[in-house]
Design a protein around this ligand. Structure first.
Ligand code: PLP
Length: 350
């Protein structure tokens, strides 16, 4: 870094994304992408004439996309905010609601502490229980913004809607942000609570269940007032935060409910088989409500397992952190990919 960089930014520890090798050599089970392509309607939507229109700016209000999302979730168009990945939506929310402090679990999405740092918000990181679950009691009446990934990452465990409702109701003067990046794979969404609670902001992404990680598209649902806050920041930063092709791709994906459901069901079915196979081999596997499993091999460190898989062409995610050093997070890929993953794991055990 240069000597010109602001002191506050020199102290920043940026987020470290999972590896993205560009050579297609690996079975990629490390960043929770979909093994399936986006809806065929996405391919039709991103046509040559639309590519030619890239000379024109995109719609700063992304109206067709906002309408498709509002329709799918049964909310008003003034209750939808769209961003360049849910990472951007989360960044805007941390900027908007930092105020005093923000509370989130000590083991959760790695971007939360980074955003807190970047926007100068003090972070209260609350340890999980010993079984890796979140204790809802830790988030009652917080006196600061609450951020919860539900289901949580990298554990895959979920709180019920009733548990979240208690948290939301007990913090009426604070925003409660529920990051539902994985909710489509088995969690209970808080979207039905929106009509009751003006302090609830639900954030979702097209990156996982809608197979558009590379398009960069996320959204927030909330009261018209909260959505206006996020738009205030966006229009002070980058009014054209979504490009034309992503707006079209996202709209097409959101409208293809059948394809979405069938992808989610396939991943859930594969997840059950993988969980069962790993448990048979003596692995500990948490009950995942997501498109990944968090698992601990019986007789190897997490790092050794990660490295052995890597040498055999399979990428998973491992963190050198005290409580989870024995664990790895494995994205649910296609049936074929997971067959290979299990076969290699069996080999390593014998
Ligand atoms: C993947 C993920 C995101 C970010 O998704 P993008 O929309 O691709 O930026 C946000 N939160 C959690 C918990 C995630 O796992």
């Amino acid at each position: 870094m240069s000597r010109y960089l602001r002191a506050s930014l020199q102290a920043l520890d940026p987020y470290v994304p999972g590896e993205q090798p560009q050579d297609q050599q690996y079975i990629k089970l490390n960043t929770n992408e979909s093994p399936y392509p986006p809806s065929p309607r996405v391919l039709e939507a991103v046509s040559t004439p639309e590519v030619e229109k890239l000379r024109l700016y995109s719609d700063p209000e992304a109206r067709i996309l906002v309408s498709a999302i509002a329709k799918r979730y049964g909310v008003g168009v003034d209750q939808v905010f769209v961003g360049n990945g849910s990472d951007e939506v989360l960044a805007f929310a941390f900027q908007a609601y930092g105020g005093g402090k923000v509370r989130f679990p000590a083991l959760s999405y790695g971007f939360y502490p980074v955003f807190a740092r970047l926007y100068g918000v003090s972070a209260e990181e609350i340890p999980l229980k010993e079984d890796f679950s979140i204790d809802p009691a830790d988030y009652l009446d917080c006196g600061g913004t609450v951020v919860l990934a539900n289901p949580n990452a990298p554990t895959g465990l979920a709180l019920s809607r009733a548990e979240l409702e208690e948290i939301i109701a007990s913090n009426p003067d604070q925003v409660v942000l529920v990051d539902e990046a994985y909710v489509d794979f088995g969690g209970e969404s808080c979207v039905p609570l929106l009509e009751k609670y003006g302090n609830l902001l639900v954030v979702q992404t097209f990156s996982k269940s809608r197979a558009l990680a590379g398009a960069r598209l996320g959204f927030a649902l909330g009261s018209p007032e909260l959505i206006a806050d996020l738009n205030r920041i966006k229009f002070s930063f980058n009014p054209y935060n979504l490009n034309r092709l992503t707006i079209l791709a996202g709209t097409a994906a959101m409208e293809d409910e059948d394809y979405f459901q069938s992808c989610v069901q396939r991943i859930q079915a594969t997840r059950s088989r993988v969980t069962e196979a790993l448990r048979k081999l003596g692995f500990t596997v948490l009950d995942s409500q997501t498109n990944f499993v968090f698992t601990k091999p019986p007789a190897m460190s997490g790092r050794a397992y990660y490295q052995a898989l890597r040498q055999r062409g399979i990428l998973v995610r491992h963190w050198d952190r005290p409580l989870i050093a024995g664990w790895v997070r494995v994205t649910i890929g296609s049936e074929t990919e997971m067959g290979r993953f299990i076969a290699v794991t069996e080999e390593l055990q014998s």
